[in-house]
Unconditional design. Structure first.
Length: 266
């Protein structure tokens, strides 16, 4: 691949297979995301979404194939430096936060992607943290202890924390897990706001619910059993046929205000 093509792509995955104990967790995956695109990674539980994320972040090594992230080939660049340019948010991160600290203090630690004795945030960090919480309509929790927040509020705090380092890529791994309907709606509105920022990061939104795919998401890749079912522009990919194959159940896709609405055919 030429250098020019790599500069256009944020993620470039070519014929990637990941095997563990003779089982293919990913099988011949090709995926290219370009600047200006926001992607959803969609699939049922066990489809390979988490394995693909771990491969992009350098936590898993592909059995075959090549992975480029932000223009760097996996294995030829310091993966610790690469991760500093990628914001990653998962509900599993909750337990690693200092539960008694304020939401603003938690966000501020994201500048160096650390939380410890030797990397305390300064006043400028705290001001930026407050501004990010405000951008996500969460300024009202800035001074509240993290452990007192609702799950949706915690997710906003973790997203703001990931944005502190001005990442080129922001991966949101099933951010709406465990949220009730109003909390999910508020979080989706915050994600939509991030996606519409001209200077913001590229989004990769990981989910097994098609109706969580917000309007700012322009492209979708669908996985099933470690293989790509379809990949491309959102309206082309989110079809009855593709989703029926991916989830092994007949479905019908409708659209409302650029949100997909998926129903099982009965």
């Amino acid at each position: 691949m030429t250098d020019d093509l790599l500069q256009q792509a944020l993620i470039e995955i070519e014929d990637v297979t990941v095997k563990r104990q003779q089982q293919a967790l990913l099988d011949g995956v090709d995926w290219r995301t370009e600047k200006g695109q926001h992607w959803a990674l969609l699939g049922a539980n066990g489809s390979g979404k988490t394995t693909l994320l771990q491969t992009i972040l350098g936590y898993l090594w592909p059995t075959t194939g090549t992975v480029h992230a932000l223009g760097h080939r996996l294995g030829a660049y310091d993966v610790r430096e690469l991760r500093k340019k990628i914001g990653f948010v998962s509900s599993n991160m909750d337990a690693r936060m200092e539960q008694g600290d304020s939401a603003r203090a938690i966000v501020a630690t994201g500048r160096l992607a650390t939380y410890g004795l030797y990397d305390k945030p300064d006043e400028a960090d705290m001001e930026r943290a407050a501004a990010l919480l405000d951008d996500l309509a969460a300024s009202h929790v800035a001074d509240q202890p993290y452990h007192t927040l609702s799950q949706g509020e915690k997710q906003k705090v973790l997203i703001a924390r990931a944005l502190m380092a001005d990442p080129e890529l922001l991966i949101l791994d099933e951010p709406c897990n465990g949220l009730d309907f109003p909390s999910r709606e508020r979080l989706q509105q915050a994600i939509e706001t991030i996606g519409r920022q001209a200077s913001g990061p590229q989004l990769i939104y990981v989910t097994h619910y098609p109706d969580e795919i917000v309007p700012t998401i322009s492209h979708v890749m669908v996985l099933a059993k470690g293989s790509v079912v379809a990949s491309g522009e959102k309206r082309d990919v989110l079809s009855d046929d593709v989703l029926s194959r991916a989830f092994s159940v007949p479905v019908h896709v409708m659209w409302h205000d650029d949100y997909p609405i998926v129903r099982v055919r009965r």
